[in-house]
Design a protein around this ligand. Structure first.
Ligand code: NAP
Length: 355
């Protein structure tokens, strides 16, 4: 690419926003030129604000002054790490002002004209931007638990998914900063995360374009990073353990997803030990972009059961959003591949996609 694309990050002071900044600092296509957050942070130099994640604070953003996310003010391509309530009105307003918004928020994921994308599974859903009413575009990544579940289920879809149950054990960082109060979190399990079960159920069916029975139960556990999921599955046909393992091990994802610079070497990794995956040991596999799976065994109620694990802030949020932005770049012109991303840099992605 001749020159990197200027991008902005909204919600840049939050946990997802900081993971976005850390990952974008070493990105081959994108350069962060604008950061925005709430009135609480606006006007301050980014370097004066607290840095709360393990990754190194990127030097390039220290001197940026934090703005508020006024439509039309930042670069054309924007990452949004807003909460859903703020995103509900603001993200469409940004798209109407011509921005391509790559969103982590749940507010618009289920709109029929909004792509809800896991690039390995449904990269083609990006074409939904053609139906959007804005001069810009709005593209979403799913709820973090949904991403891990759909990556585990997508390779099995060919067997005919009949029913799925999932119980999640979700990390504290999934609630953002400062998240769950210490006295509620330590030595405890909280069997309620507002809206989470509904998101997992509905978003999974939208991404897999399926209608199987699904039941999700979500819990918050005292783990820093990494959501574990205990899953049971029933199929329309007889499926062996070898069939399931082979489907996971050979799953490479949609060809377009393999072109993306943030795609991990393998979207899934099957672990053989009886006591894996574990957040402490496995959450950073593939740089946090690989979902690990293990404990495949017969289920006494459905057919097969297993455990899956993913990094909620990386594969479940910042890394997922960057994959979607990369997909937007390579999808917006027929036959033209990076390094020529002028359609995103200079003009509206949506207009280019419609051309
Ligand atoms: P967070 O740590 O609470 O950060 C929220 C960010 O939004 C902060 O930068 C905050 O700025 C900004 N903000 C709040 N109100 C705003 C407003 N009115 N205008 C502009 N900016 C505003 O939350 P998070 O965990 O990063 O999550 C961000 C989004 O990603 C949420 O929609 C969440 O559901 C989703 N998500 C999170 C995870 C996860 O594991 N945490 C995973 C998947 C998806 P100030 O610092 O100025 O208040």
């Amino acid at each position: 690419m001749s020159a990197p694309l200027d991008v902005g990050v909204i919600g840049a002071t939050g946990l997802v926003g900081q993971h976005l900044l850390a990952r974008l600092a070493r990105h081959p296509w994108f350069r962060v030129r604008w950061v925005a957050a709430s009135e609480r942070s606006a006007g301050r130099l980014y370097g004066e604000l607290p840095w709360r994640i393990e990754a190194e604070r990127p030097a390039g953003v220290e001197a940026l002054r934090v703005d508020t996310p006024v439509p039309g003010r930042g670069p054309q391509l924007l990452f949004s790490a807003l909460d859903a309530a703020t995103a509900a009105d603001l993200e469409p307003a940004l798209a109407a002002a011509g921005h391509t918004v790559i969103s982590n928020a749940s507010a618009h994921r289920l709109r029929e004209d909004v792509p809800l994308i896991v690039p390995e599974i449904n990269a083609g859903a990006i074409d939904l931007v053609d139906r959007q009413p804005w001069s810009g575009a709005l593209i979403t990544n799913p709820n973090c638990s949904t991403i891990f579940l759909t990556l585990a289920l997508a390779p099995l879809a060919a067997f005919g998914l009949k029913a799925v149950t999932v119980t999640t054990l979700q990390a504290l960082s999934g609630a953002g900063y400062p998240g769950v109060a210490g006295l509620d979190a330590i030595n405890n399990v909280v069997p309620f995360i507002a809206g989470e079960e509904e998101k997992i159920e509905r978003e999974t069916l939208k991404i897999l374009d399926a209608r199987f029975a699904i039941s999700a139960q979500a819990t918050r556990v005292p783990v820093a990073h990494g959501h574990t999921e205990m899953v049971s599955v029933a199929f329309d046909q007889r499926v062996t353990a070898a069939d399931v393992r082979h489907a996971w091990q050979t799953f490479a994802g949609d060809a377009r997803s393999r072109e993306l610079p943030s795609a991990p070497p393998a979207p899934l990794q099957v672990l053989d030990e009886d006591n894996r995956p574990q957040p402490r040991l496995d959450v950073d596999k593939g740089g946090g972009m690989t979902v690990t799976i293990g404990r495949l065994r017969p289920c006494g109620v459905l057919d097969w059961r297993f455990a899956a694990l993913g990094h909620n802030l990386v594969r479940g949020a910042a890394g997922a959003a960057i994959l979607n932005a990369e997909l937007a770049v390579i999808s917006c012109r027929d036959g033209v591949r990076v390094p020529d991303a002028r359609a995103v840099a200079g003009a509206s992605f949506a207009a280019a996609a419609r051309a």
